[in-house]
Design a protein around this ligand. Structure first.
Ligand code: FCB
Length: 454
């Protein structure tokens, strides 16, 4: 089988600001600076103060990206690098950095795709009013978005509002206990957690409006979400129906993806949440349900579902001990999750016209340098190959999947796991900041060049 993609399929790589930039002195502190400086929070005490030192090495990094052959790059903009206090005074040097970054990308023939928020929110707003616990955060995000788009919108036409609402709200805010994996606060109820994601949805909606109003030219606006794809255990009609029925009730799908793409929370989810459902003010759902040009799907794993003789008609299956996974506790290998995630948007959410792109896919592996200085990440190649075949299946069957951004271009600061977990196709020697393309880099270059899974 030749896994060829249609002409125009967009091949790219992805990163995020806090994970690669460094140059912490050039920005206001973000919640991730404070979190990572708190002893015991990040593995080995790593922080993003230097990360991949990308702020000083971006030109070489972009040259290496061009050598890879990709024409698309998804990166994120650091809110506190633009607005050190979260609102008000603009740091012109911060804007100038991104302006040069974008010029360099264009010079190398790479289209910039910018995410406006990839978790590194200004600590000043946490201190002032509790960040996502407060509705004000949504308006402050939209105002920040307008500042960025006014300055860079002459050269950037692909915008993403927020990355993975679930992670910076539901993982960041702990009910009755301090959140261990992400910055946030202890809140009293699950309702309070749902309120934070509701505020983030409002930020997405107001952000879409602000981007379109500020852009000097027509542009594309997307949401990036890591909704959980339900994968039928078999391709029988019964299991497929079960996977569809489970989709709104899996993870936080019904309360994040559903409002953004259908204009309402899933009724079944609201029923299950009962008094833990967030407060929704009149007009909120209209703000949240903005037209978007495409959806970014971050996919690493999924959940198996089968038909069951119970009230719901389905059951979600836990992964057994020993199920194959890569170098993260949650990284169970489930290539079909990519195909089903795309298909659910068309068939289950009934949005067949909405274009989807894979905004992140990749894996952490226990990479080592061989004596000859190579990194033979065969496990990563195997993983990527399977997921890309799944992408091919979606395209082949006519689902509107337009592109693929591999996570990640570089090994980087992997949040609570620090530098310990390497997701890059380029190895970074953090002692010297040397970049060494791994075997997967060369393999991916081949895919890009031939527009197929090699
Ligand atoms: C995603 C994040 C990204 C990276 C990968 C491994 O959840 O968006 O920043 O950490 O996981």
């Amino acid at each position: 089988m030749v896994y060829a993609f249609p002409p125009g399929f967009q091949w790219g790589v992805a990163t995020s600001s806090y994970q690669i930039e460094g140059a912490a002195d050039g920005r206001g502190p973000s919640v991730w600076d404070v979190f990572s400086q708190t002893p015991g929070r990040v593995l080995n005490g790593d922080t993003g103060a230097v990360a991949c030192d990308h702020v000083h090495r971006y030109r070489d990094d972009i040259a290496l990206m061009a050598e890879l052959g990709v024409r698309h790059y998804r990166f994120s903009i650091s809110w506190p690098r633009i607005l050190p206090e979260g609102r008000g005074a603009v740091n012109q040097a911060g804007l100038a950095f991104y302006s040069e970054l974008v010029d360099t990308l264009l010079e190398f023939g790479i289209t910039p795709h910018a995410t406006l928020f990839h978790w590194d929110s200004p600590q000043a707003l946490e201190t002032k009013y509790g960040s996502w616990r407060n509705r004000q955060m949504a308006q402050d995000f939209a105002d920040y978005a307008a500042v960025v788009v006014k300055r860079l919108g002459d050269r950037i036409t692909h915008w993403m509002t927020l990355n993975e609402i679930f992670c910076f709200t539901h993982i960041g805010y702990g009910v009755g206990h301090v959140p261990e994996m992400a910055p946030g606060t202890v809140v009293k109820t699950a309702k309070a957690v749902w309120q934070t994601s509701h505020h983030a949805l409002l930020a997405h909606g107001l952000g879409c409006q602000a981007i379109r109003a500020a852009s000097p030219q027509p542009c594309q606006v997307s949401l990036v979400d890591n909704y959980l794809a339900t994968v039928p255990l078999s391709d029988t009609p019964g299991d497929i129906a079960a996977a569809q029925a489970a989709f709104p009730l899996t993870g936080t799908n019904g309360g994040i993806l559903y409002p953004a793409l259908t204009g309402h929370y899933s009724p079944q989810l609201l029923e299950e949440l009962g008094e833990n459902a967030p407060d929704i003010q009149p007009g909120d759902l209209e703000v949240i349900y903005q037209p978007i040009d495409s959806l970014g799907f971050n996919v690493y794993t999924g959940v198996y579902v089968r038909a069951a003789d119970n009230e719901r008609g389905f059951e979600m299956l836990p992964f057994p001990q020993g199920y194959p996974r890569l170098h993260m506790p949650w990284l169970h290998i489930l290539p079909d999750s990519l195909y089903w995630g795309v298909r659910h948007i068309s068939d289950t959410l009934q949005r067949p016209e909405l274009r989807v792109f894979i905004s992140e896919n990749g894996c952490a592996a226990q990479d080592e340098l061989t004596p000859t200085g190579e990194v033979l990440d065969l496990d990563r190649i195997q993983y990527l190959q399977q997921y890309l075949r799944s992408a091919h299946r979606a395209v082949q069957e006519g689902y509107p999947l337009m592109g693929y951004f591999l996570w990640s271009f570089l090994d980087n600061f992997e949040w609570a796991y620090g530098r310990d977990r390497r997701f890059g196709i380029t190895y970074v020697d953090f002692a010297t900041q040397q970049r060494i393309p791994k075997a997967s880099y060369h393999w991916y270059a081949h895919c890009v060049q031939e527009n197929r899974v090699v």
